[in-house]
Design a protein around this ligand. Structure first.
Ligand code: NAD
Ligand code: 6OD
Length: 486
């Protein structure tokens, strides 16, 4: 049986008290590895290693050298592409068509892009007048924040973990990562790549475990952690923020969403159907900026629902390695119970189930997996929990609307503010509507089209701060203003 150990100070180590937990493949329910379970003691070891590394070679390394090492990390991921892909697909069940196009390439790109970007960030400077007429020069110096705690989820494990580790290291910090207990594999594998690339010991550390009363909570409470960057559920963000208040530590949060898509009368229906099939059902609906609420102009409603239904019924479920498969399982049976509770609630609340609504019949060993049918509903009122709460499954509700003002109000009527997507061929309408949507990410005639130089994050209960491009520098660095009297 494969063992996944912590990676502390450049070495793989088992837990201090020998505790392990199971890593399960959600496609067939089989155990694929046992994973070392860490707690406060392992987190303490990792944070100490990370602090020591700040004072060592890493802390004094010329920027050019640091950036070259990060390029080597990216190259190392690409060189072991298939190994990363297999690890990710086994942990999550996601189809290789997705992991090979999105998860693994982005895992590598997250190191290259931020290395190149940080190297080119200019320094702000102001020449100022002084009463004696000699003047003064102000300029800013960016320093690493220190030890960054990275807590990541299971839906895009390598992509989302490296999305934080990449910029953190590019800015000269060291990290202690607590990957999701559901998907520990690629964070562990990355340790080997770090060593092979020549990243000094203690710069990248991984402690496995759970959240509350386990490694996750211990990381948030450790006084040696200078900032915590977290992607996950909004209520977990609340718990982490409370822990970070002790010692006034900074946080950067990418949280949940209940994202709307709008299909205007002026939409190109082929694009809207193709886009909504991806935004609602890709990764089995487990994408933070995925669509769970769709509003369609009444004149196109029937056409949209019937074509979306046809598209959904053509999705192919199955084992990740089958190249024709484009729909995997949910991450676990526990998560399936949560998703199914909304499927039942939708029916109780009077929804029309257009397609899906239950558990599919799977054959052979897949019958033991966490499979769920992709589902479309219509007919719910806006106050149903199915429309208000994040489900994080392969499902969406479709509602007709009559006017632009009405649909903007409907889209904004949520506690979340992560993403919104809309479909229209009317350019004036696109520019008129986009700024009125309360979301950090707005896609027009596209979805999940990402330029890593842009700001990423959510408003309202979807997050705090922005990462991406130079926006994350405010979190990953401390600025000092130097004022020189001339
Ligand atoms: P989660 O909040 O349950 O867990 C995320 C991570 O936090 C895991 O590593 C977990 O072990 C850890 N954790 C849990 N409780 C903790 C605690 N009290 N202290 C410290 N760590 C703790 O989220 P999940 O189920 O892994 O992921 C799904 C959620 O993530 C969804 O809500 C989704 O919208 C959100 N998400 C958001 C984004 C974004 O960019 N906004 C991206 C991906 C996922
Ligand atoms: O593309 C990204 O940078 C990113 N953070 C994606 C998040 C996806 C959430 O599931």
């Amino acid at each position: 049986m494969k063992e996944i150990k912590h990676f502390i100070n450049g070495e793989y180590v088992a837990g201090i008290d020998g505790r392990w937990f199971d890593d399960i493949n959600p496609a067939n329910g089989q155990k694929i590895a046992r994973v070392a379970e860490g707690g406060a003691a392992e987190i303490d070891q990792a944070v100490r290693a990370a602090r020591a590394a700040l004072k060592g070679e890493w802390g004094t390394m010329p920027v050019e050298r640091r950036m070259a090492l990060l390029h080597k990390v990216a190259d190392g991921i690409n060189a072991r592409f298939e190994e990363f892909l297999q690890a990710e697909c086994l942990d999550t069940g996601k189809p290789r068509s997705m992991a090979s196009h999105i998860d693994i390439p982005r895992g590598a790109a997250n190191f290259k892009v931020f290395a190149d970007l940080v190297k080119n960030v200019p320094t702000e400077a102001f020449a100022m007048d002084t009463p004696d007429g000699t003047g003064a020069l102000n300029y800013t110096v960016r320093k690493p924040k220190g030890v960054i705690g990275v807590i990541s989820p299971w839906n895009l494990p390598l992509l989302l973990m490296t999305w934080k580790v990449g910029p953190a290291l590019a800015c000269g910090n060291t990290v202690v990562v607590k990957p999701s207990e559901e998907s520990p594999h690629t964070a562990a594998l990355l340790g080997e790549v770090m060593n092979d690339a020549g990243i000094p010991k203690g710069v990248y550390n991984v402690v496995h475990g759970f959240g509350p009363n386990s490694a996750g909570e211990a990381l948030t409470r450790h006084s040696g952690v200078d900032g915590i960057t977290f992607t996950g559920e909004t209520r977990t963000g609340t718990a982490i923020m409370k822990a970070a208040a002790e010692g006034i530590r900074d946080v950067s949060f990418e949280l949940g969403g209940k994202n709307a898509a709008i299909v205007f009368a002026e939409a190109d229906m082929d694009k809207a159907i193709e886009g909504t099939l991806r935004s609602a059902f890709a990764n089995c609906g487990q994408v933070c900026f995925g669509t769970e609420r769709v509003y369609v102009h009444r004149s196109r409603f029937d056409e949209f629902v019937s074509r979306l239904k046809e598209g959904v019924e053509n999705l192919k479920m199955g084992w990740y390695d089958d190249p024709t498969v484009n729909f995997g399982p949910l991450i676990s049976k526990e998560h399936r119970d949560k998703v199914l509770s909304y499927y039942h609630k939708a029916v109780e609340d009077g929804a029309t189930v257009v397609t899906g609504g239950g558990i599919p019949e799977m054959e052979g060993e897949l019958a033991e997996g966490a499979w769920v049918q992709p589902t479309i509903w219509t007919g719910l009122s806006e106050d149903s929990a199915v429309i208000r709460e994040e489900i994080f499954g392969p499902c969406c509700h479709v509602t007709p609307f009559d006017s632009e003002d009405e649909v903007i109000a409907l889209a904004n009527n949520t506690a979340y503010g992560l993403a919104a997507t809309f479909w229209t061929e009317n350019l004036t309408q696109a520019h008129r509507v986009a700024p009125q949507l309360e979301a950090g990410l707005i896609w027009v005639n596209s979805w999940f089209l990402r330029d890593l130089r842009t700001a990423f994050g959510g408003s309202k209960q979807s997050g705090i701060g922005r990462e991406g491009g130079t926006h994350g520098l405010d979190f990953y660095t401390e600025l000092s203003n130097v004022c020189v009297k001339l």
